[in-house]
Design a protein around this ligand. Structure first.
Ligand code: GUN
Ligand code: FE
Length: 424
C-alpha cells in the first residue's frame, strides 16, 4: 500500500548537493521509497497522506562504527591515548558482558539511545562473549532497528581476563554467524578487533570464514601513532598496517569498513581504493583520544566512500548530528593547518556522510531515491526557529548545530514507525 508523508524534505544523492523540497511528499510503498514529489499525489487517498505540516523530514542517521559494550564508559579515560585507554578502561569494562544480566540492562539502554538519536542503522562491535552478542542481536531485531553486529576476536596482546583461545574464537565466530542467519534486520560481520590483538592463525581463520559465508568485515586501521608503530614491530615483513589485513584476506572488495585511517599513508589510501573500503570517520573519538584528524579530503579526492560514526566510547556522542558537525569543525582546523591547499568540506558534505555515505555500506540506505529503504526522521525544529525567514536548508543546518534528539519527533524504519524500544 502506498502512503505519502508531507513535510519539508531534505536528503542527498551525492556528496555535493542537498535536495530540499519545501512542502513535498515522500511517497512510500511498503518498506521502500517510491518517489519524492512537489504536488499532492492523485492516486493516494487522503487517509494515506500523513501531514507533518512544517516539520522537516530527513533520512535516518547511519552509525557505521560503534562498540556496544562500551556504552557505560562514555566520558571515561579520554584523558589517555588509545593503547592506555584500551587497557585501563575499555577491556575491563567489556569483560562485564560475560554477565548476561549486565549485558541485557546495558544493551537495552544503548538501543533506546540509538532510537532516541535517530540512528536507524548501525554497524556494531560486540564483545568476545557470544551469549551477550546473541542477546544484543535479539534486542536489536526486536527494536526494529537495522544493524550488522560482529563477535569481537582477540587472542594475543590482550589482558589475561579478556583474551580468547584461537580455536574457540573461530568456533564461536562460526556459531555466531550461523545463529544470525535466523534474523531479518540484523546481520553478522567478521570483526578482528585490530591487528595487535589477533594472531596470524586467527586472522587466517577469520579471512576463511569471511570467504566461506561471503561476509562483510570491520576493523580498525591506522588510528594512533603508538598503534601503527606496534603493528610495524609485530609484522616487520608487511609494508604498512593495511598490508597485514591484505595478507590475511581481511580486505574483501566492496565489503570492508575500516575505522579511523587517521594516519593512512598514500600507499594505504591506494589500497583502500583498490578494495573499495569504506572509511568510518570518527571525529569525536579522534579528538577525545588525541589521535589526530583524518585526511577526509584526500579520501574523497580518491573517490573513497566515507561514513560517519560515533565510535562509542572513544567517542562520547551518539547523536550523529553532533558528530558530523564536529567533523566539519575539525576538518576546517585541518584545512587551515594544511595552508588551505584544498577546498574544505561543509555541513551538507558531512550530512551526506552520516546518511548516504554510511548507508552505502548497507544496501539502499540513507537517501530518498527510488527503492531505498523507507528510513526517515521527522524533525520539529519550532523551538530553534528564529525571527528570520529561513530556507529549509538553513533550518536543517540549525537543527544539526543547535538542536538535539528532542527535536526528533518520529522515527520510521522500513516504512514503519518505531516506538521507544524498551521501558527504562
Ligand atoms: N582499537 C582497538 N580496539 C579499539 C576500540 O575499542 N576503540 C577504538 N577507538 N579503537 C580501537
Ligand atoms: Fe572503534
Amino acid at each position: 500500500m502506498k502512503k505519502a508523508y508531507k513535510g519539508n524534505i531534505l536528503f542527498t544523492k551525492d556528496i555535493n548537493n542537498l535536495i530540499a523540497i519545501k512542502e513535498g511528499y515522500l511517497i512510500v510503498e511498503g518498506s521502500k521509497i517510491l518517489d519524492v514529489v512537489n504536488e499532492k499525489p492523485k492516486d493516494i487517498s487522503n487517509e494515506n497522506i500523513i501531514d507533518f505540516k512544517d516539520n522537516l523530514i530527513i533520512p535516518g542517521f547511519v552509525d557505521i562504527h560503534l562498540h556496544a559494550p562500551q556504552i557505560n564508559n562514555i566520558g571515561l579515560g579520554v584523558d589517555m591515548q588509545l593503547l592506555d585507554w584500551l587497557n585501563k578502561y575499555t577491556f575491563p569494562e567489556e569483560t562485564k558482558y560475560k554477565n548476561i544480566d549486565y549485558a541485557k540492562k546495558s544493551y537495552k539502554k544503548l538501543i533506546n539511545k540509538l532510537w532516541e538519536n535517530g540512528t536507524t542503522s548501525s554497524v556494531i562491535f560486540g564483545s568476545i562473549y557470544n551469549n551477550s552478542n546473541i542477546l544484543l542481536a535479539e534486542l536489536i531485531e526486536e527494536s526494529g532497528l537495522k544493524s550488522y553486529i560482529g563477535k569481537v576476536n582477540m587472542d594475543r596482546n590482550s589482558p589475561d581476563f579478556y583474551i580468547e583461545d584461537t580455536e574457540y574464537s573461530l568456533i564461536d565466530t562460526e556459531n555466531f554467524i550461523n545463529k544470525l542467519s535466523e534474523f531479518k534486520n540484523v546481520k553478522p560481520i567478521i570483526t578482528p578487533r585490530f591487528v595487535p590483538s589477533c594472531s596470524e592463525e586467527l586472522m587466517t581463520g577469520l579471512g576463511e570464514l569471511a570467504e566461506k559465508y561471503d561476509l562483510k568485515i570491520q576493523s580498525h586501521l591506522s588510528e594512533n601513532q603508538g598503534e601503527v608503530m606496534w603493528v610495524k614491530e609485530l609484522h616487520p615483513d608487511c609494508k604498512d598496517y593495511i598490508d597485514v589485513y591484505e595478507k590475511y584476506k581481511l580486505l574483501r572488495k566492496d565489503k570492508t569498513v575500516m575505522a579511523h585511517c587517521v594516519l593512512s599513508n598514500d600507499r594505504e589510501i591506494n589500497k583502500l581504493k583498490e578494495y573499495n573500503v569504506t572509511v568510518a570517520h570518527a571525529p569525536v573519538s579522534n579528538g577525545n583520544l588525541a589521535s589526530g584528524i583524518a585526511p577526509i579530503h584526500k579520501f574523497l579526492e580518491n573517490n573513497l566512500n566515507v561514513g560517519i560514526c560515533s565510535d562509542i566510547s572513544g567517542g562520547n556522542e551518539l547523536n550523529l548530528g553532533k558528530v558530523l558537525t564536529l567533523g566539519e569543525t575539525f576538518g576546517k582546523l585541518k584545512w587551515i593547518e594544511d595552508n588551505r591547499l584544498y577546498d574544505y568540506l561543509g555541513t551538507i558534505n558531512y550530512f551526506y556522510m552520516a546518511t548516504k555515505g554510511s548507508g552505502k555500506y548497507f544496501e539502499n540506505v540513507g537517501s530518498f531515491e527510488k527503492d531505498y529503504d523507507a528510513d526517515f526522521l521527522v524533525i520539529d525544529d519550532s523551538n530553534i526557529l528564529d525571527f528570520n525567514e529561513r530556507t529549509i536548508e538553513e533550518r536543517l543546518k540549525r537543527f544539526l548545530y543547535n538542536g538535539n534528539s528532542n527535536n526528533i519527533i518520529k522515527r520510521y524504519v522500513l516504512g514503519k514507525e518505531l516506538r521507544k524500544p524498551f521501558s527504562e
